[in-house]
Design a binder for this molecule. Structure first.
Ligand code: FAD
Length: 488
């Protein structure tokens, strides 16, 4: 099936909207009785909503899952193009991410992973293009450069951040950590700039802005420290956990298992192509109105939609001020992720950073397509922002600026312009997390709020989405059990 989401370009087809994906659900609904009252409605079928719906259905609740798109997966989904899964959003997973790994074990998918890079053949180098110089270096030199720069950046306490943030899943265990949320990445770079070589400066910005896909001024240094702590305070584990292991069959081959398991309970109703306009908590039940006027009701509701979208749904009673303010401030990630299928087989072992003079700043050889071409994945952000579908030629020029390449195909999803995401993975501006994390996590009456954007562990990641979906399903089940036993 072809999703409405995503774009594909080849010379013969030009730019085409929509790409095929095994994540598209057909038929798009299985609702029999539109007047039914459910135990719980889950809005949003990303990993968080899928986990919440599955766990609630497994615990015996009758569940209705409502999703605006034609597919599961939200910000993590793969397109299946000529037998190859291009990852349109979330991609990399690891056993260092506890909730993800629990699910990989549950679905017996540990042998379904592969490593993105392959340095066994081809050019086998890293290109560093700064404003003043361009050079290639070995991947070993790249690692040394990155490690040195990232250590200087994170070393706020003489212990590489370990003293400031000793428990990554309880980030304010040391209350002093909150101070760093007052700082931007630009502020931190200003503190250490005399200690950075020009190469380290470029490499550092290329890497940190790959994490936030924003500008140094808008990126919270605290949030970066949180990622760093999650990655064992080391560059080596940043690579291991953030950008190394992916599913051979793509993210949608993982997500579909959550959906199928929920369906197999016989207690899951669902409707795709159903954007929700309003959610009203009457005290005795919750009513949901879709944009097309259909209404649904349940005893409880899990809102699994992203932070940047909360403000677009009419909640009644209104969202508490902290939730609303966070949603209006928005997280800052405007990632532009572009895949290029290229005829240059030797680029399989290439990676590079071009900063600041390009719209795409970081790229790696990510795979080999069935026809033997190399798959390059490239990232850009707010800095020199481009909208690939509005200027595909400029996008291809940006790819070739990273390194010369002979492009056969381009594939992408414009997350910045996506009305149901308004950005890519969560990355906070200074202040937002310490001021609003608890607001975002708080339930309101019969409505529970869950999303990777306010997970406490791997916030921003698939792991955080599963953490949050698990939390919400359990909270709803306990709440319903309590209130029903009180009425016996
Ligand atoms: P979402 O996936 O955003 O799900 C929310 C759902 O709500 C969506 O399906 C949306 O359509 C739906 N929705 C929104 N509004 C409405 C409405 N009004 N009515 C009905 N439905 C609505 N994570 C990793 O772990 N590893 C990675 O390598 C990685 N790379 C990434 C690269 C990119 C380009 C992007 C975009 C994300 C990446 N992430 C990565 C992050 C990861 O994808 C997300 O954190 C995670 O998928 C979020 O899941 P979620 O269920 O919390 O939210």
């Amino acid at each position: 099936m072809t999703s409405r989401d995503g774009y594909q370009w080849t010379e013969s087809t030009g730019l085409v909207k929509g790409v095929p994906s095994i994540g598209v659900i057909q038929p798009s609904t299985n609702i029999g009785d539109e007047q039914a009252t459910y135990d719980v409605i889950v809005v949003g079928a990303g990993y968080c909503g899928l986990t919440a719906a599955r766990d609630a259905a497994l615990s015996g609740l009758r569940v209705l899952l409502l999703e605006a798109r034609d597919r599961i997966g939200g910000r993590s989904w793969s397109s299946n193009i000529e037998g190859y899964p291009f990852e349109m959003g979330g991609t990399w997973v690891s056993w260092g991410q506890p909730h993800v790994w629990r699910e990989i074990s549950r679905y017996d998918m540990r042998n379904e992973l592969e490593i993105s890079h392959d340095y066994s053949r081809g050019v086998n180098h890293f290109s560093l293009n700064s404003a003043s110089a361009s050079r290639n270096m070995s991947h070993e030199e790249e690692d040394r450069l990155m490690e040195s720069a990232l250590k200087k950046f994170a070393n706020v306490d003489g212990e590489l951040g370990r003293r400031v943030m000793p428990f990554p899943h309880s980030e304010t265990h040391n209350p002093d950590a909150a101070e760093y949320d007052k700082m931007s990445v630009a502020d931190r770079i200003a503190q250490i700039k005399d200690d950075l070589s020009p190469d380290e400066h470029t490499a550092l910005l290329g890497f940190v802005l790959l994490c936030s896909c924003s500008t140094p001024e808008k990126t919270s240094f605290y949030e970066y420290l949180h990622w760093w702590a999650l990655c064992n305070y080391s560059y080596e584990y940043c690579i291991e956990y953030l950008i190394k292991y992916k599913f051979k069959g793509g993210q949608s081959s993982f997500a579909i298992n959550f959906f199928k398991e929920a369906c197999a309970t016989g207690r899951l109703s669902y409707a795709f192509n159903t954007p929700i306009a309003a959610i009203k908590d009457n005290g005795s039940d919750v009513r949901v109105t879709a944009r097309d006027g259909r209404t649904f009701k349940a005893a409880r509701l899990v809102s699994a939609i992203p932070m940047n979208i909360l403000k677009d749904v009419a909640f009644s009673p209104a969202l508490i001020p902290g939730k609303l303010e966070a949603s209006h401030r928005e997280h800052v990630n405007k990632c532009v992720k572009v895949h290029a299928e290229v005829r240059d087989r030797d680029l399989r072992s290439w990676s590079g950073i071009t900063y600041p003079n390009n719209s795409l700043m970081y790229a790696i050889g990510d795979g080999t397509t069935p026809s033997g071409n190399t798959h390059i994945v490239a990232f850009g952000g707010s800095h020199n922002h481009i909208q690939p579908e509005k200027d595909i030629n400029k996008t291809m020029e940006a790819l070739r600026t990273l390194t010369p390449m002979d492009i056969e195909r381009v594939v992408f999803h414009n997350w910045a312009d996506d009305e149901f995401a308004k950005g890519a993975w969560f990355f906070s501006p200074p202040g937002l997390v310490t001021e609003h994390l608890e607001d975002l996590r708080a339930p309101q009456g019969n409505i529970y709020f869950a999303n990777s954007d306010w997970a406490v562990g791997w916030r921003s990641f698939i792991d955080g989405a599963i953490e949050e979906g698990t939390r919400a399903a359990l909270a709803v089940k306990r709440d319903l059990d309590r209130s029903r036993s009180a009425h016996l």
